[in-house]
Design a protein around this ligand. Sequence first.
Ligand code: FES
Ligand SMILES: [Fe+2]
Length: 379
Amino acid sequence: MTSNSLKKPSKSLPFDWYYNSRIYNKEIETIFNEEWLYVCHVNTIQSKHYRTLLVDNKNIVVIKNKNNEISVFFNTCMHRGSQIFTEEQGKLYSPVIVCPYHQWSYKSDNGELINTTSIKYNSFDNKKYNLKKVNYYVWKGLIFINFKNNKKFKLKSVFQYYDTAIEKVNLENFVSGHIWKKTVQCNWKIYWENYSECLHCPNIHPELSELVPLYKRRLVDIKDHPEWNVLKENNQSEMYHGGLKKGSETWSYNGSAQGHMMNELKSDLETRGQIFISTWPSMFLGIYGDHIRIVRLISKGPEQMELTVEWLFDENTLKDPKYDKTNVVDFAILVMEQDASISEVNQRGLYNLQNSQGVLMPEEYMIRDFQKYIRSKVK
Ligand code: FES
Ligand SMILES: [Fe+2]
């Protein structure tokens, strides 16, 4: 009988790794500039619209043309380097991109320079000044970018936690029902670590712990307890079996999927309650009875990060006038606000004891994996 739990205490990361700018710069260089970063679901951009993403000081733009094809460029004009798109998102009024500075124009599909506004040189080669493309990959409707041109998207290495159950849903056809953003005053690793354990669940998330009884035991998985098998045999309660509170179907205040339970995942969700996959440093995704929620995490400095959250639904669910999406949206916002505020509390405690390190307890095996990854990147 194997269990997930750690067998002996191990040191957590040094407290100053959550604000020290040398560590932060190293993380930008070896993590954010090297890994596949999640941008958004394709269906959150309408045709003839764009969306930009700022990661540290790097800025990219994703463009969707009238045929719903995607292209991704660095948001930089090749004349003298101006930013081209100054807004976070917007509409494209023509298939031509125009720099706001001296109005060089580019084709939005492939970034080719169409025209400069200057007197012509005889020897000027337009082809040398096309927009620079960004390496990207669309997996099941999810747009990922990589600042390294030669990196290949490999499912096995991109997701640290992967669940094949996700392959049963047509994620690419899901539509966006809501987007929510929040800036959190903590280092990006604090939020990830908070996501990776449930020791805080009963006191920080009383409502969620009612819905997912296992969380009242401060566990993420029944196998986190060394005696899980015996406990499971001897106890009927969901606290020892996993899954949602009896009669609940999805993560929401009343637990009802309002007649829109995802059939393809019905049996998986009935026994487990929810399905998660995640990729460091930028995204975790949860599948619940009637919807999917994607949380994007982008670092905004050593002591600040930004959450961008997308709720995705089957088209028919949103078309049903009787379906009330606030049932799931408001519940998740409650939980994420709780996590954000305790993450800020965690951050504020780190400064007193610069040279100290905390300790990881048996349930914190996912944090052990995360910190191992961070150490390998920061060295
Ligand atoms: S910098 Fe864009 S046209 Fe000059
Ligand atoms: Fe939490």
